[in-house]
Design a protein around this ligand. Structure first.
Ligand SMILES: [Zn+2]
Length: 366
C-alpha cells in the first residue's frame, strides 16, 4: 500500500487506468515541470472560454498554431432539443497535439474528443435546448495546422426517404381549427404510396385507424425517450409489438383522417413524458461542412480600409461588432474568406480578408 501511494506520486501515469484523467489533465501533468508554461496554458484556456464566437449550424475553419502564438479558441453552439453536436479536427497521428473539448454553459466539461480514423472527434447526443461551448487548444510546443468542423445533425432519420426539409410545408405551432388548437407536428408532403420509414430503432406501440390522424402508427424510441406519431397513412405495414430498425418501411403516405380533403402527407409528431415537442430539429437535415480553404497566414494582422469591421459570423450580413481600423489583431484561423481574429482586449470575431493586412510578428529586421 505504501509502495502504491509512493508510486502514485512518483508516476501518476501508472494509475491512469483507474483515475481516467482527461487529455487536458495528462498534458497539464507534463507541463508541471515548467510552471510558466503551465500558467500560459491555463490562461489560454480561460481566454478560449471567454470567446464570443457563436457558430452557425454548419461551420468549418482552417486553424494554424505558431510557437509564438499557440492556438486557443472557443465556439458557442446553440443546440435545440433533438439535435446532436459534432466537432472534429483532421489529424494524421494517433498522438494529436490538440485538445478538443465541449463545456456546458456553467463551464463544466462534458466531453473530450477521442481519436478516430483520421480525426479527433466529439459527438454530443443532445436531447434538450442548451448552449454548449467547444474549446480547441493546441499543445504549446507544437506547430501544426488542421481543419476544424463544428456542426449539428438531427438525432433521427428523415421519415420519408428521398425527401428533405423542403417537403415540410407545415410546422409546429401553426393554428388549427380556426385557432382552437395548435399544430403539434410537422406535415411532410409526398405522393400517395411514398414509403414512411422508422426514424429510429424502436418498438411499435400502437397501430390504429381513428380520429384526426386516421391510419396511424406509434413507435417507442429509446434513444430520445419519446413516442413517434406517424399519421394520415394510406397503409400500415407493421403490427403492434413489432421491433423495427431505423430506416425500415413501416407504412405508406396517404390522406386518411382529417387530411382526407388535403394533398397526401405524413403528419409526424414526437411525444415525450411532458407532452408533444417540436419534431423539426429531430429531423431537419443539416449539411456536413466542407473543409475551409487555406488562406495565407501570419499570427498578426492589422485592420485597414473604411469597411474594417469585425463581424460576429463569417458573413457580411451578420452582426457587426465594432470597427477594427488600425487595430492589431491576433489571427486565429480562417473560415473561407474570413479571418477569425481576436482584438487586443480579447474580443473575438471575423474580419473579411480584404480588410486585414498580415504582418510579421518579429519586426527586428527593418
Ligand atoms: Zn399535421
Amino acid at each position: 500500500m505504501v509502495i502504491a501511494v509512493l508510486t502514485y506520486f512518483l508516476k501518476p501515469e501508472y494509475f491512469d487506468f483507474i483515475v481516467k484523467p482527461s487529455a487536458r489533465q495528462v498534458y497539464e501533468r507534463e507541463l508541471k515541470k515548467t510552471p510558466q508554461d503551465l500558467e500560459q496554458w491555463k490562461s489560454l484556456k480561460q481566454l478560449a472560454l471567454k470567446d464570443s464566437i457563436t457558430t452557425s449550424e454548419s461551420y468549418s475553419e482552417f486553424v494554424q498554431t505558431r510557437i509564438e502564438s499557440p492556438f486557443a479558441a472557443g465556439y458557442w453552439v446553440n443546440v435545440a432539443q433533438g439535435e446532436s453536436v459534432f466537432a472534429t479536427i483532421a489529424i494524421d497521428t494517433i498522438k494529436p497535439s490538440w485538445i478538443l473539448e465541449a463545456y456546458d454553459i456553467q463551464g463544466k466539461l462534458i466531453q473530450t474528443a477521442r481519436v478516430t480514423d483520421s480525426s479527433l472527434a466529439l459527438q454530443i447526443i443532445n436531447d434538450k435546448h442548451q448552449r454548449l461551448q467547444i474549446v480547441l487548444q493546441s499543445f504549446l510546443e507544437k506547430r501544426d495546422s488542421t481543419q476544424l468542423k463544428i456542426y449539428k445533425q438531427p438525432l433521427l432519420d428523415f421519415p420519408l426517404p428521398g425527401k428533405s426539409n423542403n417537403a415540410i410545408k407545415s410546422f409546429w405551432g401553426v393554428a388549427r381549427d380556426g385557432g382552437r388548437r395548435s399544430h403539434e407536428g410537422n406535415d411532410i408532403f409526398a405522393d400517395r404510396g411514398h414509403p414512411v420509414v422508422a426514424a429510429a430503432d424502436g418498438r411499435i406501440s400502437a397501430v390504429r385507424d381513428r380520429g384526426l390522424g386516421g391510419k396511424q402508427i406509434w413507435l417507442q424510441d429509446a434513444l430520445t425517450s419519446s413516442s413517434h406519431y406517424y399519421a394520415h397513412l394510406d397503409s400500415q405495414l407493421v403490427t403492434t409489438g413489432q421491433r423495427v430498425s431505423r430506416g425500415d418501411t413501416i407504412g405508406l403516405v396517404g390522406n386518411t383522417g382529417n387530411a382526407r380533403t388535403t394533398a397526401s402527407h405524413l403528419h409526424f409528431g414526437i411525444y415525450k413524458s411532458g407532452g408533444a415537442v417540436d419534431p423539426k430539429p429531430y429531423i431537419w437535415q443539416i449539411p456536413i461542412p466542407e473543409n475551409s480553404t487555406e488562406m495565407p497566414f501570419k499570427s498578426r494582422g492589422v485592420g485597414f480600409g473604411l469597411s474594417a469591421f469585425m463581424h460576429q459570423q463569417p458573413s457580411a450580413s451578420s452582426v457587426s461588432l465594432r470597427t477594427i481600423y488600425e487595430d492589431t489583431l491576433q489571427i486565429i484561423g480562417n473560415s473561407n474568406d474570413w479571418y477569425h481574429v481576436r482584438t487586443a482586449d480579447s474580443l473575438a470575431g471575423f474580419a473579411h480578408k480584404s480588410v486585414v493586412r498580415l504582418i510579421e510578428i518579429n519586426s527586428s529586421t527593418h
